[in-house]
Design a protein around this ligand. Sequence first.
Ligand SMILES: [Zn+2]
Length: 176
Amino acid sequence: MSGVGELYERNARFADGFDKGDLPLKPSLSMIILCCVDARVSPEHVAGVALGDALVIRTAGARVTDGAALEVRMLWTLMSMATGATPNLELVIISHTQCGMERFAVPEIAAKVTEIFGSSDVVDTYAIADVNEAVSTDIERLRADASMPRELKVSGHVYDIATGQLREVVATSTLG
Ligand SMILES: [Zn+2]
């Protein structure tokens, strides 16, 4: 069976007896989770995020790309328009150990990727030399972006692939 066929089989089992058809748009945890695309770190599994709990954005390395930053602003605006009030939304960035983006920090690989893409943009955006530092840098980047809502609460975390444990790297604070 093809990969997609497998998904349909699993969906049929999921939809059998489905009773979550009336969940509201607003996530129950008032949270946007930004995590890596890595198949080993889905927040549904590692942090028990259930249907209706959180908005989830995934980028390679959980990096705050231009697209991810725009997405956060857009979601903030959407929630603001939907409720007519300042959204009570928190951005939770979850990076992880053993990330594939660490490879882009290896000089020879970085040089090759830069050659393939014709610029250093990909390496500059995604490379992770130190996971704690990457999370801190991305949060500072959001803080320095005047277009981001000041009321947005942000925190940074690292999920350990080897132990299954999540640890805080940057405590929650508003971009203020
Ligand atoms: Zn990753």
